[in-house]
Design a protein around this ligand. Structure first.
Ligand SMILES: [Zn+2]
Length: 210
């Protein structure tokens, strides 16, 4: 019926989408997780090394076999995953719902912005550690510099992303860009945001304002 094969159709759709500047990308849901320094890891897991269990989408990053319990004044959350590799700063990323259940006032901050991160207790079988490391991660888009150029985006720019499919279509405003040489184009939201927009594992989004 058609003179086009699927490869050509894909190319044409891509060109049209680019022309409309509405290239779509996957939405990754970040469940609560923890990044640790080597020092903190060794306190919580003496005589262990961080053991990769499952690679994450961004190159080099992985979910480890190790988990801990988060303890706050109002409650605790068990089996919170440690992500690897180990980092220069420890960071506990939770949702607003988690913060409420723990009874702490974690601020919404980009990963790495820990100036006013709040205290939370990390408990393993071997030890416990109370550190000012809890934030609610601010939604963001991972992308490499070629993606930045193709999508005509600038460093430091904030965009709006439309979730255009599913039964709870929403527009997320104030989405930050996290460019990096090896990043794969993907937006990260937390579980509260994912539930609010009914985001599934195959849900995609697109930038609608720049
Ligand atoms: Zn991310």
């Amino acid at each position: 019926m058609s003179n086009y094969n699927s490869e050509e159709i894909r190319r044409i759709v891509r060109e049209v989408l680019l022309e409309m500047k509405t290239e779509t990308f996957p939405i990754g849901i970040s469940n609560r997780h923890i990044h640790l320094t080597e020092e903190h890891f060794n306190i919580l897991f003496p005589n262990e090394t961080i053991e990769p269990a499952k690679p994450l989408k961004q190159p080099g990053e992985f979910a480890s076999k190790q988990t801990i319990t988060l303890v706050g004044p109002r409650g605790e959350i068990k089996r919170v995953r440690i992500l690897g590799p180990l980092r220069k700063r420890s960071q506990v990323e939770i949702s607003k719902t988690d913060a409420r259940n723990l009874g702490i006032q974690a601020p919404i901050r980009l990963s790495g912005q820990l100036d006013d991160a709040v205290e939370v207790k990390l408990q393993s079988e071997a030890a416990e550690l109370t550190i000012p490391a809890a934030i609610v991660a601010k939604r963001h888009i991972h992308l490499n510099y070629q993606d930045m150029e193709r999508l005509k985006l600038k460093e430091g720019q904030v965009v709006s992303v439309e979730i255009f499919e599913g039964s709870r279509k929403v527009v997320f405003e104030d989405v930050e860009l996290r460019p990096g040489k090896d990043f794969i184009l993907e937006m990260h939201v937390d579980t509260d945001e994912a539930n609010a927009a009914d985001i599934q594992s195959n849900t995609r989004g697109r930038i609608i304002e720049k």
